[in-house]
Every structure is written in structure tokens, then in C-alpha cells.
Design a protein around this ligand. Structure first.
Ligand SMILES: C[S@@+](CC[C@H](N)C(=O)[O-])C[C@H]1O[C@@H](n2cnc3c(N)ncnc32)[C@H](O)[C@@H]1O
Length: 457
């Protein structure tokens, strides 16, 4: 094994790590994706979009567009991407997004106000300037952005040119997230992603100069070839740039669903103990540099709105990450995209050709979904509270409803991960490292699904 991480002064009890290092969801939704099913059809989806339309024209929506194209596949990547050598394939994709938008907007009726627009991928800046403008025009033809709307895009610095950033800013984009992952050369070699610090710096500085706010960097801990030393260096280089936000994801190694990850060198994979060492080092270094922890795996400067929200308990979470702007419904377009509408999750087909075929037939490209039951809804609320605010305040009724879960939670109280006092369940600082495990206590579907997930630690 090429990596040896020293323990910090407060070494974690290895028994704790052994006990809690299990496969588990990240809870970007509840019920989580493996519980969704293909009995939920395109007609059901249409019915849900129509129901969302009846909620009222004044209720803002969140709108997500998935742009799956990437120039190459990074070996570590767990996302659903389409590798393409140039942007000519994008024009056809935009034609189909237009078809989908027509179907969805018709169903939504006059509910057309959007407080959050997010383009994710894949690599949204795989689109050239003209394609970026075409997509934005297509959307704003149909929806109206609120004056304070969050308009965000994910950027891969390796394929983003200054004129693309200029065009995005001119269109009204105000938030940007940069894929960085790790700046160390050996780690980049191990994960098949070569990105110089100069590339990251150039895009970041240009975005700053253009006035983008809430600038985020994505980093990953637990990657092959990372050591405590390379990680310390990465954190230092990144902090020196002062992004407003950092998302520091635990590496999701899921070769059972992403077979290309099998190409990673297994000897270089880190143990749970080593991964926890890295995230704890990040916690300490970032806190010294003025970053506050936000829910699970996010950090923000005290001046950022996410930090205020985390302090006031007004943080929300959706598929795009943490946000301060809750929208009742998220409408998502594009291959593999996930909508959260009118009490349901609806996922589009992940295969490009099937996505096109459904739209050619005049149908929504739904692959699967689920109606959220009352029980799901109750559990989702608890899990969201834990993931966002690290605490949950119970009503008397909750206490009875969740009695078995509260009993099971006792083990985590004994291990110092959770405190229960009066009507409040509080995740401790130590428990923050295991918050997925705490949330899992309230998940009614888990016993049947665990082999689908990455490890919690
Ligand atoms: C869909 S990607 C889009 C970013 C863009 N394509 C890029 O690479 O710069 C969003 C983020 O997901 C995270 N991610 C992808 N695969 C992951 C994995 N296996 N484990 C943890 N995080 C992962 C990365 O941090 C990445 O920046």
C-alpha cells in the first residue's frame, strides 16, 4: 500500500470506524434512487407535472438541465456522462431538450416562475458559446427568472474558455462551481484527470473578475494515491485562492454500478481510517482558514449566504447540493435528470437513444420514479433536518411514531455520535463524520438495498 496517513493528536477509535464504515446512501433524496421503480410510467410523470402546475402560478420552481457530454471519461467519475469528441452532437441534444421542454411546460400550465436555475453534467461548458446562448434562450422563452434567482453552472476548468464565461455572465449566470478534485500530479495520474493549477487559477480569476458569486470548488477525499501530505498541499493551494465554497466529497467507489472504476489501481485505495483522517484534516485546515462546515461535506466562508443559513438553521438540500432558496418542486430536463415534483421523484432515461426515441414518440422520457408516501415524507423530513442542520426537533407524535428508530439510535448516543435531550436529537461534532449513518437509522428501505451504495466513511 503506497499511502500511510499519520494519526492526528485526537486519534479516532478504530472500532468506531470499523462499526460505521458500511455501504450507505448520500441522501440527496429520500426514498433513495434504488427504491424507485419502472412501474412509474411517463403517464404518471405527466400527471405529476400537471399537479405541480395546479399549485399556483406564483410558486417558484427550481429548474435543472442535465448536459451529459464530456471530452473524456475520468476514471474516478461516478456521474452519468456521454463521451464525445466535439460539440457537434450537442445541437441534436438541444433539439430534444426543446421537445422535452415543450411537453413539460404544457403540463405545468401557467406555473413558469423559476427561482433557481442549475446546469449540471457531464460538462456544461462542453457547449460552445452559441449553444450556451441557444439553451438559455430556449428556457427563458418559457420560464421567467425571479429578480434574485440563483443561476448556476458546473464548470470543468480544462474545457472552459474565457469567452464562455463572458457569455454566461452576460446571460445572467451568477453562481459557478469548478471541478478541481485534487491538484496533486500523482493523484491526477491515478484518477485519469490531468488539470494544472494554472488552468484552475485562470478560470477562477476570470470568474471573479466577471462578478460571479458563491464560487465553489469540488474536491474529493479518499482518491487513490492521496496521502496526508498531498492532501495538505492540495488544501493549501486551494485555500490560497479563497473560493467562497468548497464541496469535499468522499470518494464514491461503486464499480458494481460504474464498471470503468475497475480500472483504478485497487492497491492504492484508502481504508476507512485513512479517509476519515483526510476529512478531519480538511475540517481543521478549513476552519483555521475561516470556512464553516455546511451540513455534510460542504464548507463556506463566513461571508457566504450558505454559512449564514447553516447558522440559522435555514439550509435546504436538493439534488444540486445545499441551498438557501427552497422551491417546492424541482423540474429537471435532459437524459438521466431527476425531477422532484408534486410528491414524486421522476427520473429520465439515462440512455441517450432511448431518451430521443421517447421524445420522438411524443412521450416524456421517464425511466422510473416513485410516489412519495406519507411515511416517506415524514422520514424525508427527519433525514433532511439531520443532513442540513445536524439536528431534528421532534413533536410528541414523532416520538411515538419513531420509537423503534429512537431506540436504535441509542447505540450512536453511547458512541458519542448523537445526543438526545428533551425533544431534540443533535448530531455531535464527532457524529458529523458519520451523519449518513445517523440518517440511515430512519431509512425504511435500507435492509433490501445496501449493495448499491458507496461506503459511508
Ligand atoms: C458531474 S461532476 C461535474 C463537473 C465537471 N464535469 C468536472 O469534472 O469538472 C460533479 C462533481 O461530482 C463529483 N464526483 C464525480 N464522481 C465522483 C465520485 N466517484 N466520488 C465522489 N465525487 C464524485 C466531482 O467532485 C465532480 O466535480
Amino acid at each position: 500500500m503506497g499511502t500511510h496517513l499519520e494519526h492526528g493528536p485526537n486519534v479516532l477509535d478504530p472500532r468506531l470506524i470499523q462499526k460505521y464504515d458500511v455501504a450507505g446512501p448520500r441522501y440527496t433524496s429520500y426514498p433513495t434512487a434504488p427504491a424507485w421503480n419502472d412501474q412509474f410510467t411517463a403517464d404518471d410523470a405527466l400527471n405529476r407535472f400537471q399537479a405541480a402546475g395546479r399549485v399556483g402560478a406564483d410558486q417558484p420552481l427550481s429548474l435543472y438541465v442535465h448536459l451529459p457530454f464530456c471530452r473524456e471519461r475520468c476514471t474516478f467519475c461516478g456521474c452519468n456522462v456521454v463521451v464525445a469528441k466535439d460539440s457537434t452532437r450537442v445541437d441534436r441534444y438541444l433539439d430534444y431538450l426543446q421537445k422535452e421542454l415543450n411537453l413539460v411546460s404544457k403540463a405545468l400550465g401557467d406555473r413558469r416562475t423559476v427561482s433557481q436555475l442549475h446546469w449540471g453534467g457531464g460538462t456544461p461548458t462542453f457547449l460552445d458559446v452559441e449553444q450556451l446562448q441557444r439553451l438559455f434562450g430556449m428556457l427563458t422563452e418559457v420560464v421567467t427568472l425571479t429578480p434574485d434567482a440563483e443561476v448556476a453552472i458546473e464548470i470543468d476548468p480544462r474545457v472552459t474558455r474565457p469567452e464562455q464565461l463572458d457569455a454566461l455572465r452576460a446571460l445572467g449566470f451568477n453562481r459557478i462551481s469548478l471541478g478541481v478534485q485534487d491538484v496533486d500530479h500523482e493523484v491526477q495520474e491515478a484518477i485519469g484527470r490531468h488539470q494544472t493549477l494554472a488552468e484552475t487559477q485562470a478560470v477562477y480569476r476570470h470568474a471573479r473578475a466577471l462578478g460571479f458569486g458563491g464560487i465553489n470548488f469540488d474536491l474529493i477525499y479518499g482518491l487513490p494515491a492521496q496521502t496526508s501530505e498531498t492532501w495538505r498541499q492540495t488544501l493549501e493551494e486551494v485555500i490560497a485562492l479563497r473560493p467562497d465554497r468548497l464541496a469535499i466529497y468522499g470518494f464514491a467507489y461503486v464499480p458494481q454500478v460504474k464498471p470503468h472504476q475497475k480500472r483504478l489501481n485497487l492497491y492504492d485505495r484508502l481504508s476507512g481510517e485513512q479517509k476519515l483522517g483526510l476529512i478531519r484534516a480538511a475540517n481543521e485546515t478549513l476552519s483555521r482558514a475561516g470556512y464553516a462546515p455546511i451540513g455534510m461535506d460542504h464548507f463556506a466562508l463566513a461571508t457566504d449566504e450558505l454559512a449564514f443559513a447553516a447558522k440559522n438553521g435555514t439550509l435546504f438540500r436538493n439534488f444540486q447540493g445545499y441551498t438557501v432558496r427552497p422551491a417546492n418542486d424541482t423540474v429537471a430536463l435532459g437524459v438521466t435528470a431527476i425531477s422532484d415534483v408534486a410528491g414524486s421523484y421522476v427520473q429520465n432515461d439515462p440512455a441517450l437513444l432511448r431518451y430521443y426515441a421517447a421524445l420522438d414518440a411524443g412521450r416524456l422520457p421517464t425511466e422510473r420514479g416513485i410516489m412519495i408516501s406519507d411515511d416517506d415524507c415524514r422520514r424525508r423530513q427527519v433525514i433532511n433536518n439531520l443532513m442540513c442542520n445536524l439536528s431534528w426537533t421532534m413533536s410528541d407524535e414523532d416520538r411515538i411514531y419513531f420509537q423503534p428508530e429512537l431506540e436504535r439510535l441509542q447505540g450512536m448516543v453511547d458512541d458519542g455520535l448523537v445526543k438526545i435531550g428533551g425533544d431534540r436529537v443533535q448530531v455531535t461534532e464527532l457524529g458529523r463524520l458519520f451523519v449518513r449513518n445517523v440518517a440511515m437509522t430512519f431509512d425504511a428501505y435500507l435492509p433490501r438495498q445496501t449493495n448499491q451504495f458507496s461506503r459511508t466513511v
